[in-house]
Ligand binder design. Structure first.
Ligand SMILES: *[C@@H]1O[C@H](CO)[C@@H](O)[C@H](O)[C@H]1NC(C)=O
Ligand SMILES: *[C@@H]1O[C@H](CO)[C@@H](O)[C@H](O)[C@H]1NC(C)=O
Ligand SMILES: *[C@@H]1O[C@H](CO)[C@@H](O)[C@H](O)[C@H]1NC(C)=O
Ligand SMILES: *[C@@H]1O[C@H](CO)[C@@H](O)[C@H](O)[C@H]1NC(C)=O
Ligand SMILES: *[C@@H]1O[C@H](CO)[C@@H](O)[C@H](O)[C@H]1NC(C)=O
Ligand SMILES: *[C@@H]1O[C@H](CO)[C@@H](O)[C@H](O)[C@H]1NC(C)=O
Ligand SMILES: *[C@@H]1O[C@H](CO)[C@@H](O)[C@H](O)[C@H]1NC(C)=O
Length: 339
């Protein structure tokens, strides 16, 4: 693919279109493209632009500065797998049949009897992580797509057990807990952008994964993996299924980032295509509106077979193919391997 793109660039010289970007972008120097594209971590969580305003404040009951209490090593801390449909807050369970689940981990200290919940979610709600804002004064689509970990006291037993899962999956020592806490804070500083979509070549078992999501369930998987690495024995008696939002496409093409695509005369058409693509999918206020928007995405994608994915703060073109998009509730065996 890449030699062909280079050839086209050489032949058309000044008329280079976006194909050149894929040939001359950062990816050329690093040899063949690695799939899935590694999720890029940052050195430190950047400040959020004041344009992004949360509808509901992030982690309002959390400890200050993400502090996680220190546990004595003599303590035995029970670990709970928590899962509940996200839809229930406002709209009852009408949409829970889609199995759009939120995942979290609970802890209960044997010595202090205190309970804690730890979860990872969007700072500005899911719609803002999935679709950007098109602002008149800014040429590039504007994303409010940070996610973060929240640690707070208490486990809302009723919330998790009534319509979801509250299952004890193991017991850890205070030392393991404290090691995990340090790791969570590090993870929270470096893995800061929410990624909604998992992109694969097809739904079959041998599909190539082009992009992995980075969301609440991935955070719980990473944490279980870390606990296993620290020597924890975790297991579940029930089937452990998680929500995944899939896109299906042929091999993606790298397009560029904000500065290489937007505000450049030679990239005018691509820039306009990306803005036009996201125009109908602006962030919405509620999950129901988001669900409707996902249906619109589906129609648009089926019709035009194009998707402009934003991943690692860069744009990729996805040549979409059937079945285009699926929301699946699939098993991920427990405990999850080390990440
Ligand atoms: C998404 O971000 C916009 C801009 O900051 C904000 O007005 C809106 O409330 C956010 N959406 C939700 C659902 O919070
Ligand atoms: C993670 O980062 C967010 C955003 O800076 C912060 O609000 C939260 O307290 C942090 N959580 C933990 C567990 O460090
Ligand atoms: C802590 O959580 C466990 C498990 O959900 C529950 O059985 C217990 O009642 C809770 N304790 C407190 C003090 O909330
Ligand atoms: C569980 O679902 C039922 C039916 O949708 C709802 O009425 C109830 O409030 C939910 N329970 C909790 C704790 O969210
Ligand atoms: C997947 O790959 C394995 C090993 O190469 C092969 O045995 C199997 O038939 C393949 N399955 C499908 C559905 O292609
Ligand atoms: C965008 O990509 C160019 C070329 O790869 C790179 O030099 C630049 O640092 C990138 N900009 C940002 C904001 O990452
Ligand atoms: C859980 O996942 C398994 C395998 O991925 C699937 O067969 C099963 O139907 C799923 N369960 C539910 C309730 O969707």
């Amino acid at each position: 693919m890449r030699p062909v793109a280079t050839l086209v660039c050489v032949l058309t010289l000044g008329l280079c279109s976006w194909l050149c970007v894929s040939a001359y972008g950062t990816h050329l120097s690093t040899g063949p493209q690695e799939w899935p594209v590694p999720y890029r971590r940052v050195d430190e969580r950047p400040d959020v632009d004041s344009y992004c305003q949360a509808r509901y404040p992030f982690c309002s009951t959390g400890e200050r500065d993400g502090r996680i209490p220190y546990m004595r090593d003599t303590d035995s801390i029970s670990v709970y797998r928590l899962q509940a449909p996200v839809w229930e807050f406002k709209y009852g369970d009408a949409l829970s049949k889609l199995h759009i689940m939120h995942d979290a981990i609970g802890f209960s200290s044997g010595e202090t009897q205190r309970n804690y919940t730890m979860e990872w979610y969007e700072l500005f709600q899911l719609g803002n992580c999935t679709f950007p804002h098109l602002r008149a004064e800014v040429s590039a689509p504007f994303w409010c797509n940070q996610g973060a970990a929240c640690f707070f006291q208490g486990i809302d037993d009723e919330h998790w057990s009534q319509n979801g899962t509250l299952e004890k999956v193991g017991v850890i020592t205070g030392d393991m807990f404290n090691d995990m806490a340090r790791w969570v804070q590090q993870d929270n500083q470096t893995g800061v952008y929410y990624e909604t979509w998992t992109v694969r070549s097809d739904p079959g078992p041998n599909a190539t994964v082009w992009f992995e999501s980075f969301d609440c369930s991935q955070f719980t998987h990473r944490t279980y993996g870390k606990l296993a690495e620290l020597g924890a024995k975790l297991s579940s008696r029930s089937q452990t299924n998680y929500t995944k939002v899939y896109l299906y496409s042929g091999e993606p093409t790298y397009l560029g980032n904000d500065s290489t695509i937007f505000g450049r005369p030679d990239m005018k058409n691509l820039a306009a295509d990306i803005r036009e693509f996201y125009y109908t999918f602006r962030p919405h206020q509620s999950y129901v509106e988001l669900a409707i928007s996902l249906v619109e995405v589906f129609e648009k994608v089926v019709l035009h077979k194009n998707f402009y994915l934003y991943y690692n703060s860069e744009y990729w073109h996805l040549p979409m193919k059937s079945p285009y998009m699926q929301i699946k509730y699939e098993e991920v065996p427990f405990p999850i391997g080390v990440y």
